[in-house]
Design a protein around this ligand. Structure first.
Ligand code: SF4
Length: 477
């Protein structure tokens, strides 16, 4: 039998009707995640046609994109300040009730960013097809799922049919060998990958991250990697499930239990790409050579080592436009540039390990005068765990602003924004013009680099500030 890639195995198992030169494939969807921003139009389309949600048992809704992060607004002491957000929240409550969709509402202890809560619950599993009306659905590929973002119209199609029309992507092996050095994280690795292959390098492909450096990553780190696949233009990113994956999933509320777990495990072990499987494209990365990375421009591919300099690109109008927006010049070093805001959170870096990383820098230190450090956990569960582990106390003692969960300053829909002209070091995934607020200037980096920069008040190299985290504050090494 022909050797197959993991992508091919998952795709074929979900193909209801194969594609032809004239028509896309009909692909079955195992899990449909939804939220308050891209669902209203889709529910309205169902209502117009008198259709039900075909598989409410395979649909899960949460509130994250536009929800407030202030406790008073979340728990009802104050009204939601942003009118559009208040309307979206109410609409999703009404739609979920009318169509029988399970919803983690504003005060639900399981609420959080859609790509954080589904893995946390064990709802994300190897071999699944998973879709959501959000580009960073690729996060779930960390479990060996085929997961990708869809538009509002497609959200309606999946509600109505539990299927999706799709052209089959090509495959792209990203081989990462060697070990990451201390202070160099999964975020730095994915930024380096995007820097190498470019923001269009993965277009039309599903990336499979492979090699010793990938196998050594925790599930949280693998999610950070897969999350940003879309920023390389890829349809999705995947990592082969292994013992790390199974240990993460075992015992989670929505993971299979008992005999069903054993059966699932037997299936999941068949998913990794066959040894001789052929990929349509590939790139090799040496993890040992990587440094902490930071972006300097207006897409995630405009990235350099934090101790490096902005490249000089004469006669490149796109690069020049980005530098003009950022107020930077080619040849300038990144270290020491003053900053105004630091955001630690998002579905890229809002999990417990990310907060532990920030705490390793912030323990016993203060945020620099004039810098606003906003730390937003990826879910209410992450918030509870961070508080129980003493991380929130470290953050508050440092002078950080500790909030309820949500997307927050990743896209600024809830009013958590960066002012025009200000510089924000952000652990999120997009540094497009205006992403964090009109005129805001975003520098993407790891939680280490973000926290170190908050302390310095300038872009800083985190390796000079790393400390072990005390056992009472999470026990991370
Ligand atoms: S944190 Fe940002 S990227 Fe992630 S789901 Fe929310 S808005 Fe999308």
């Amino acid at each position: 039998m022909t050797a197959r890639t993991m992508f091919d195995k998952v795709w074929t198992a979900h193909e209801v009707v194969p594609e032809t030169p004239e028509t896309p494939a009909v692909l079955y969807v195992d899990l449909h995640l939804t939220h308050e921003v891209t669902s209203p139009q889709a529910f309205a389309a169902l209502r117009e046609r008198g259709l039900p949600v075909r598989r409410p048992d395979r649909t899960l809704a949460t509130m994250d994109h536009s929800t407030p992060t202030s406790s008073e607004q979340v728990f009802g002491k104050l009204p939601i300040r942003v009118d559009a957000a208040a309307k979206q929240v109410q609409l999703l409550e009404r739609n979920a009730a009318e169509f029988g969709v399970e919803l983690f509402g504003m005060r639900d202890s399981r609420r959080g960013i859609v790509h954080v809560i589904s893995p946390e619950l064990g709802a994300t599993q190897p071999g699944m097809t998973i879709v959501c009306g959000d580009s960073h659905t690729s996060t779930h590929g960390a479990f060996g799922a085929l997961a990708f973002g869809i538009g509002s119209t497609e959200v309606g199609h999946v509600f109505a049919t539990q299927c999706l029309l799709q052209r089959k992507p090509k495959t792209f092996a990203v081989n990462v060998e060697g070990q990451l050095a201390a202070g160099v994280t999964a975020k730095d690795l994915i930024l380096a990958i995007i820097g190498k292959i470019g923001v269009s390098g993965g277009t039309g492909h599903v990336l499979e991250y492979r090699g010793a450096a990938i196998r050594a990553l925790s599930m949280e780190e693998r999610m950070t990697i897969c999350n940003m696949s879309i920023e390389a233009g890829a349809r999705a990113g995947m990592i082969a499930p292994d013992e790390t994956t199974f240990a993460y999933l075992k015992g989670r509320p929505r993971a299979p239990q008992g005999a069903a777990w054993d059966a699932a495990l037997a299936h999941w072990r068949t998913l990794p790409s066959d040894p001789d499987a052929r990929f349509d494209a590939s790139v090799d990365i040496d993890a040992t050579t990587l440094e902490p990375m930071i972006t300097y421009g207006t897409n995630p591919g405009m990235v350099v080592a934090v101790n490096g300099a902005i490249p000089v690109r004469a006669h490149d109008p796109v690069n020049q436009k980005a530098l003009d927006y950022m107020g930077f010049h080619g040849g300038e070093p990144m270290l020491g540039k003053p900053i105004n805001v630091v955001f630690i959170g998002s579905c890229t870096n809002g999990r417990l390990e990310d907060l532990e990383a920030a705490a390793r820098i912030l323990t016993g230190r203060k945020v620099a005068n004039g810098v606003h450090l906003l730390i937003v956990p990826g879910s209410q569960q992450v918030k509870r765990e961070a508080e129980a582990a003493g991380l929130a106390d470290i953050f508050k003692a440092a002078g950080a602003d500790w909030r309820e969960s949500g997307c927050s300053m990743c896209l600024g829909m809830n009013g958590d924004t960066v002012a025009a002209g200000q510089y924000a070091v952000s652990t999120s995934n997009r540094n497009f013009e205006g992403r964090q607020g009109v005129g805001a200037r975003t520098l993407l980096a790891s939680p280490y680099t973000a926290a170190a920069s908050a302390v310095a008040g300038r872009i800083a190299d985190p390796r000079e500030m790393l400390r072990p985290l005390a056992a009472s504050a999470g026990g991370a090494s």
